[in-house]
Unconditional design. Structure first.
Length: 223
């Protein structure tokens, strides 16, 4: 599981964070294995499946950040590369990379989701489609951990969805607080406080809620 010490972590400097931000075109969080509720339909896994099914090649490899920093016991063999990025990894034989099909790639994402990791698709500058899908923890990931620690994740990260919850069903148990990587949920006394501006639709709270009070909805539908 990811460590709770990431808020005080200093494994990347402010200069490193700025360099990372400049290299990234966008980093989009993608929900996995949760229902996405809209006005007309219920979507299940469709966005991630589309990305994987359009890929010419899919490769799973060990996470370089978790391997280097070892700040938690989260699974390491959960990073996915696509197409040209996948070709390069196989050619260089890096990070225990291996070719997989769509079904196995989805199983990898399900396993990392259960471990509390955030799925992020990276699109680098000059590219039109993501080449890397990481399953990130804030205590090791050079991007997610640094951005959250420095409080600039709201400026860099993007997502199509946001968590919405039924206040009537919610029993304010706090399980979603424990799973929220982005610090969007906290307890003040016995009251649950939810800051929607810090939610990036990763879905970790959805699969954790014992009352099924949380769903994912299009970002523009939740205030």
């Amino acid at each position: 599981m990811p460590s709770d010490d990431y808020r005080n972590s200093s494994f990347y400097s402010d200069e490193d964070v700025q360099r990372i931000a400049e290299e990234l075109k966008k980093a989009v969080t993608i929900p996995v294995n949760v229902k996405i509720e809209s006005e007309l339909k219920v979507y299940d896994f469709s966005e991630m499946k589309e990305i994987l099914e359009r890929a010419r090649r899919i490769v799973v490899q060990d996470c370089g950040c978790k391997t280097e920093f070892k700040n938690c016991d989260a699974p390491r063999d959960v990073c996915i590369s696509l197409d040209e990025t996948a070709d390069e990894l196989l050619e260089d034989n890096k990070h225990n990379s291996r070719k997989v099909d769509v079904e196995e790639a989805i199983e990898v994402l399900q396993r990392s989701h259960e471990a509390g990791l955030v799925h992020m698709a990276y699109t680098m500058k000059g590219e039109e489609k993501p080449g890397l899908i990481c399953s990130c923890c804030p205590c090791c990931c050079h991007t997610l951990g640094s951005l959250v620690r420095n409080g600039v994740h709201t400026q860099i990260l993007a997502s199509r969805y946001i968590a919405a919850y039924d206040r009537v069903k919610c029993i304010e148990c706090g399980k979603c607080v424990e799973r929220c990587v982005f610090q969007g949920r906290r307890k003040e006394g016995n009251k649950l406080v939810y800051d929607t501006s810090l939610c990036f639709g990763c879905g970790l709270c959805v699969s954790t809620c014992p009352m099924e009070a949380i769903t994912l909805a299009p970002r523009n539908s939740v205030s």
